[in-house]
Design a protein around this ligand. Structure first.
Ligand SMILES: [Mg+2]
Length: 276
């Protein structure tokens, strides 16, 4: 906890508020940070494809690794098999204790048992490639999140398998988030609005002062806008937005998020632009 001299109105207010613990003419940095974080609202992040990739979902990333290792199925044929592996992973004994690397290894192992050419694929190599890509992206995003945390409350709300907190801890991200909502723990998955409402209530921030950042228009963007939040869609430039749903902003990398938030931070809440 550090001390800095400050002359702003905010600092004067804090000097008064914390007069019993501050030296005259000084304010606690942590107290300034906390008031700034309260004043700018909250940012809710999806995890998969949002914090660990630039808007590319896990199924496509696993397919890319599988194809590079000699897999023959195209992405369309791979997708339902990946979804089946999701369901088996959710039911896996002990999944709630797995970190990201161990979980990806478990999912790759399941996948290779389900894929028609899976016996010829090195499951460990698939998991290793996807995990390495996640770690690289998270390393870049960590500094972005650290900067955003100075002005906002941060949360993760993710459809996960009960081990999101374990994964965030393994990735050295856990300390950045005020609230972590794991669908398997809550018992409610996005796009169910209760997952968002639960997170907002835990943050004690109204929807009108919160943003959702995610890669899935149906699970992340549409329900957030419907609740009166603002929403940023993270997606590669080639992706087309689904009809009837217009995010507040669109980015191709989380590194673009601070620039999006800066001019809009104090603006009035936007009315949902989603229909249906
Ligand atoms: Mg996602």
């Amino acid at each position: 906890m550090g001390y800095t001299c400050a002359t702003s109105t905010l600092a004067q207010m804090l000097r008064s508020r914390y007069s019993t613990v501050c030296l005259p003419g000084a304010v606690l940095d942590d107290a300034v940070d906390e008031l700034a974080r309260d004043s700018r609202g909250a940012l809710l992040f999806d995890f998969g494809g949002t914090l660990d990739a630039d808007g590319v979902r896990w199924s496509l990333r696993f397919h890319g690794a599988y194809a590079r290792l000699g897999g023959r199925l195209d992405a369309e044929a791979f997708e339902p098999i990946f979804r089946a592996s999701d369901r088996q992973l959710e039911a896996l004994d002990g999944v709630a204790r797995l970190g990201l690397r161990a979980m990806m290894e478990a999912q790759a192992g399941i996948l290779c048992r389900l894929l028609p050419d899976g016996t010829a694929i090195d499951a460990g190599a698939v998991a290793g490639a996807v995990h390495a890509d996640s770690v690289r992206t998270i390393a870049r995003n960590r500094s972005v999140l650290e900067g955003l945390r100075r002005s906002h409350r941060l949360a993760v709300v993710s459809n996960f398998t009960g081990n999101l907190a374990v994964c965030l801890d393994e990735l050295e991200l856990a300390h950045l988030f005020d609230v972590v909502t794991d669908s398997a723990v809550l018992g409610v998955s996005k796009p169910d609005r209760r997952a968002f409402r639960h997170t907002l209530a835990a943050l004690d921030v109204p929807a009108s002062r919160a943003w959702m950042i995610g890669d899935n228009p149906e699970a992340d963007i549409r329900p957030a806008l419907g609740l009166g939040m603002r929403a940023v869609w993270l997606a590669p430039a080639v992706r087309t937005a689904p009809p009837g749903c217009a995010p507040t902003a669109r980015i191709a990398s989380l590194a673009e998020l601070p620039a999006v938030l800066a001019p809009l931070a104090g603006g009035a809440p936007l009315v949902s632009q989603c229909t249906g």
